[in-house]
Design a protein around this ligand. Structure first.
Ligand code: C5P
Length: 315
């Protein structure tokens, strides 16, 4: 994430992610779960813009601090069920700005405007990516000069997936998600994504794993995700698809059986696979090319299964 000047403003793109592999290794004393997950950023992003002057506070412009305000694009609020979450001080953009200012010992400054495209409660990391974007943008605009390590520490305090977006690029994430191991270049990948109307909270999905869940072994999971990374580097999609995996899918399909049906639809439409990303509810399929992704997306969109996208890996 590199902020770029736009006139007197600055802007940064906050990409979505997909989990190609997600294994749960155990429940921790702090209530979180230890994970091993391979995440890739995709070319579908929110946009966060910063301008020097705070705006007047009203029903669509929120005060982060005395000299700092926040708004969200009204078009995306109209499309979103959880507008209250998106355009309030609960938004991770506001929390990131406050946290960074506190760490650096400065007053938050200026106006942040978020254009939201990434689907909410989809498992695509939109809120986490916005938080990372706010840290990176404010670090630049407020001329703080914090390094990547400090930023990653702040990111981990904001949410389990936020550090992944600070590091950029495909990575295996462990711990509760905050221990990021970049895996370098993978072959380009093209995806079709379907987000059904159903929305799921991450806390609920992890909660449903329950105490009787038997967790996977560390060595076994490391072997599987390592094999997946090697085949993705070679661009061997057939072999890769045999190792794509999401442990949370079993939980979610019990709450929402339509996820199983969507996976079958993706395969039936010509994707190599169908798999849920993160804690859902979006489901993705890997395909051979961007052209095929667009063709399948058009076919699925006509069936009114929810929101359908065609995108590619990378950023
Ligand atoms: O860190 P984040 O805010 O994304 O987590 C949301 C919720 O998901 C947590 O409160 C926790 O219930 C659950 N979670 C978990 N283990 C993880 C990540 C999230 O149990 N590794």
């Amino acid at each position: 994430m590199v902020p770029r000047p736009v006139g007197t403003d600055w802007e940064v793109f906050a990409p979505a992610k997909l989990n190609l592999y997600l294994e749960v290794l155990g429940k921790r004393k702090d209530g979180f779960h230890d994970l091993e997950t391979l995440m890739v950023p995709v070319r579908f992003a929110d946009q966060l813009r910063w301008s020097e002057d705070p705006r007047p506070v009203n029903s669509s412009c929120y005060s982060i601090a005395d000299t700092c305000t926040f708004s969200v694009d009204s078009a995306c609020l109209a499309r979103c069920d959880s507008a209250a979450e998106l355009c309030s001080s609960r938004n991770l953009v506001c929390q990131a700005a406050l946290k960074l200012a506190q760490r650096a010992g400065v007053e938050p400054q200026g106006h942040f405007h978020l254009t939201k495209r990434i689907l909410v409660q989809a498992g695509m990391g939109g809120g986490s990516s916005d938080a990372a974007a706010a840290l990176v943008l404010a670090n630049t605009c407020w001329k703080l000069g914090l390094g990547k390590r400090e930023m990653a520490e702040l990111a981990a305090e904001l949410g389990s997936d936020v550090p992944f977006f600070i590091h950029e690029g495909p990575a295996i994430c462990r711990g509760r998600g905050e221990l990021v191991e970049p895996v370098g270049r993978l072959a380009p990948m093209h995806f079709v994504i379907v987000k059904p109307r159903l929305s799921l909270s991450t806390a609920r999905v992890f909660g449903e794993l329950g105490s009787r869940h038997s967790f996977a072994g560390l060595a076994e999971s490391a072997g599987r995700v390592g094999g997946l990374v090697r085949s993705l580097r070679r661009g061997a999609l057939g072999a890769s698809c045999r190792s794509l995996f999401n442990r949370l899918e079993g939980v979610v399909t019990k709450i929402a059986p339509e996820i199983t049906w969507l996976k079958l639809m993706l395969r039936g439409a010509g994707c190599w696979n169908g798999q849920m990303t993160g804690s859902g509810s979006a489901v993705f399929g890997l395909v051979n090319s961007a052209v095929q992704a667009r063709r399948i997306a058009r076919w699925l969109a006509a069936r009114r299964l929810g929101t359908v996208l065609a995108t590619s890996s990378g950023w």
